[in-house]
Design a protein around this ligand. Structure first.
Ligand SMILES: [Zn+2]
Length: 166
C-alpha cells in the first residue's frame, strides 16, 4: 500500500512508499508492445480510491484488427484479447482515470477467472486420478494414446504416445 497523500500517477511527483520516505516519483514501466502493435491506450499505474495500483501499467494495442490489453507479468508481457472491440472506442472517450480503473477491473476479473478455471481443472483431474477413473488405450497403428475419464462429461481425446518417437 502506498502512502501517497493524494491519487498519484506514475511519472508524476507525489509518490510515497511510507510516511518516513521522501515524496518522489514512481517510475513509468510500460509493457512492451510487439511488432505491428498500434498503441491505442496508454495508462501508467497509479493509486486512488484506496487502491495501490502503481505496479500495473495498462496498454491497449491494435494488431491485425484485434485489440489486446497488455500488462507486465512475471512470465513476460500478458496479452488479453478484448472481446468487444466496439467498446474500445468508448474507453477512448473516457477521462484517463475512468479508463484506467475500468481496464484495471477487466484485467483483475480476467485474472481471477483464469485462476479459478485452472483450479477447477486441476481438481477434476486429481479427483479422477484418486478415483482411478482415468483410462487410456493405445491407438492401433498410430503413435497415439486415447484418454478418457469414466463418469464424466468429457469426451475421449487422443494424445501422442510419449514412449514412441513421433
Ligand atoms: Zn500512490
Amino acid at each position: 500500500m502506498c502512502m501517497c497523500k493524494k491519487p498519484t500517477i506514475n511519472g508524476h511527483y507525489g509518490y510515497q512508499w511510507n510516511s518516513e520516505n521522501e515524496i518522489g516519483v514512481f517510475p513509468v514501466h510500460a509493457p512492451a508492445p510487439r511488432e505491428l502493435d498500434e498503441i491505442i491506450i496508454d495508462e501508467p499505474g497509479r493509486c486512488g480510491h484506496g487502491i495501490d495500483s502503481h505496479h500495473l501499467h495498462l496498454r491497449v494495442v491494435k494488431n491485425c484488427g484485434k485489440y489486446y490489453l497488455l500488462t507486465d507479468s512475471p512470465r513476460g508481457v500478458h496479452r488479453l484479447q478484448l472481446a468487444n472491440s466496439f467498446a474500445v472506442s468508448v474507453l477512448e472517450k473516457m477521462d484517463s482515470d475512468s479508463r484506467y480503473w475500468t481496464l484495471q477491473m477487466i484485467h483483475h476479473t480476467a485474472q481471477r477467472e483464469a485462476r479459478e478455471a485452472t483450479q477447477a481443472e486441476r481438481k477434476f483431474w486429481r479427483q479422477a486420478a484418486a478415483d482411478n477413473r482415468i483410462k487410456t488405450r493405445k491407438v492401433r497403428n498410430q503413435n497415439q494414446v486415447e484418454v478418457w475419464v469414466l463418469n464424466s462429461a468429457m469426451p475421449s481425446f487422443r494424445v501422442n504416445n510419449p514412449y514412441c518417437p513421433a
